[in-house]
Design a protein around this ligand. Structure first.
Ligand code: PGA
Length: 262
């Protein structure tokens, strides 16, 4: 049976006080949903407070980025061991990092390796821009991002990796990919690439999240697709009721899939 993985990416939102209030508002309901893996990624400064609140709840807490060097003269950066001290996971290669902060496939790969070495689970983001999509370059762009991003990663290490497919044109725009289009990329492009590198068994177990304008009203139809194994949720994770509704949608799909297999 599939186990969905739904992550709230809070991006650069919420002071520590606001983050704590948001977490407190959604923890009881999230905690009650056992059948879905739930996670939040607050901004760095709020991470320790949120990790404290999530202790014993089963809700995972992660960072939105990290640097690959162990320590030293890198003003403003956070090292893998520092992240691992507080976090369960880290997001790398988010399109906003690529677009605004010079992230490349090579630096994604460096961050990924350093994060895995520090014992973190890693959500690796890929996705094409609107121009690339309209130029029919989705396949080549996503292939390049994945092949380069995952270069040198072994099958064993892949157990600690989740892929997030986030078409850039769908992020924060209210314009989600259709479930069918998203699933096509997951099933016919990303999963086969994972199979090629890590083998059939590992690729089948790896989770591929969809990200880009997931909302309570489109979550169930996205999660119902064969190869959409959860979501990386931005805007809708900033409100307790909408994030809870999205996690509930994943739980519902789990029940439906379980029943249909009987
Ligand atoms: P969105 O963001 O849900 O606001 O579109 C998704 C993401 O960038 O992780």
């Amino acid at each position: 049976m599939r186990r969905f993985f739904v992550t709230g990416n809070w991006k650069m939102n919420n002071t520590i006080a606001e983050a704590k209030a948001l977490m407190a508002a959604m923890t009881p309901e999230l905690e009650a949903i056992d059948s879905v893996d739930k996670a939040v990624a607050p901004s760095y400064l709020a991470v320790p407070a949120i990790a404290e609140l999530c202790k014993g709840t089963g809700i995972k807490v992660g960072a939105q980025n990290l640097f690959w060097e162990e320590s030293g003269a890198y003003t403003g950066e956070v090292a893998p061991a520092m992240v691992a001290e507080v976090c369960d996971f880290v997001i790398v290669g988010h399109s906003e990092r690529r677009q605004f902060f010079g992230e490349t496939d090579e630096t994604v790969n460096q961050r990924l390796k350093a994060a895995l070495a520090a014992g973190l689970h890693v959500i690796v983001c890929v996705g094409e821009t609107l121009e690339e999509n309209e130029a029919g370059q989705t396949e080549s762009v996503v292939t390049h991002q994945l092949v380069k991003g995952l270069e040198g990663i072994t099958e064993t290490q892949a157990a600690d990796i989740t892929i997030a497919y986030e078409p850039v044109w769908a992020i924060g725009t209210g314009r989600a990919a259709t479930p069918e289009d998203a699933n096509r990329v997951h099933k016919d492009l990303i999963r086969p690439l994972l199979r090629q590198q890590f083998g059939e068994a590992r690729a089948a177990l790896m989770r591929i999240q969809y990200g880009g304008s997931i909302k309570p009203d489109n979550a169930a139809e996205l999660f119902a697709m064969s190869d959409i194994d959860g979501g990386l949720v931005g805007g809708a994770s900033l409100k307790a009721d909408s994030f809870v509704a999205i996690v509930k949608a994943a739980a519902m799909v789990t029940i439906v899939e379980h029943e249909s297999k009987k």
